[in-house]
Design a protein around this ligand. Sequence first.
Ligand code: HEM
Length: 192
Amino acid sequence: MKKYPLQLRAWHWLHALVLFGLLGTFFLRKTFLSWRTNAQILSAKLAALNITITDDQASALAKAVRAPMWWWHYALGFAFSALLLWRLVMHLRGGDGGGASDDPHMVWVRRVYVVVYGILAVMALSGLTLYFASSLGLSKAVMGGIKGAHEQLAWGVVAFAAAHIIGVFAGEQRGQRGIVSEMISGDRPRGA
Ligand code: HEM
């Protein structure tokens, strides 16, 4: 039997893709698609053409430009939530091949993963709550709190993605050759 079942490997790469997409929208929101910056650019460029617009009009235009980015965020967000559910079912059925190794390193890794999956679950639940906020009849204050938590925890997800990639590179250097290959083919390459 392979160390990583096909189901887990498929899940892993789909999850990586969707998570990078979500982090990509986070990055765009803070940079090229920041409505504050773009509202200033639009006002300045229109002023150069002798067209004056109010600050509110400039932000409405800038927000309209980045609206498609939010649609990507929602679509990826639903995919992310479905993937988490899939992983939970897989785990409960013992299909993720994790096993219960007593190796102290693995015990430590499992503890970290409980925290990581906890954060990912809160991201999914808070995101879905924000998406359905009007149907749920949430007040502005409650929504603001959830939005704040969703945004702060996004940094936790950035930290996890960075630590995970650094960890894989470090593992490759420290006698754990083939961990990437393992997550593609399911087990160790010959001779590794
Ligand atoms: C790890 C995954 C995720 C990251 C890093 C992330 C990041 C963010 C960030 C930074 C914001 C901006 C918050 C603000 O405007 O104050 C946001 C807003 C939002 N996210 Fe996520 N998110 C994730 C998952 C999800 C999921 C699973 C959903 C579910 C559909 C979702 C739905 C939303 C909604 C509805 C908003 C509010 C957008 C608006 O202001 O109109 N997010 N997200």
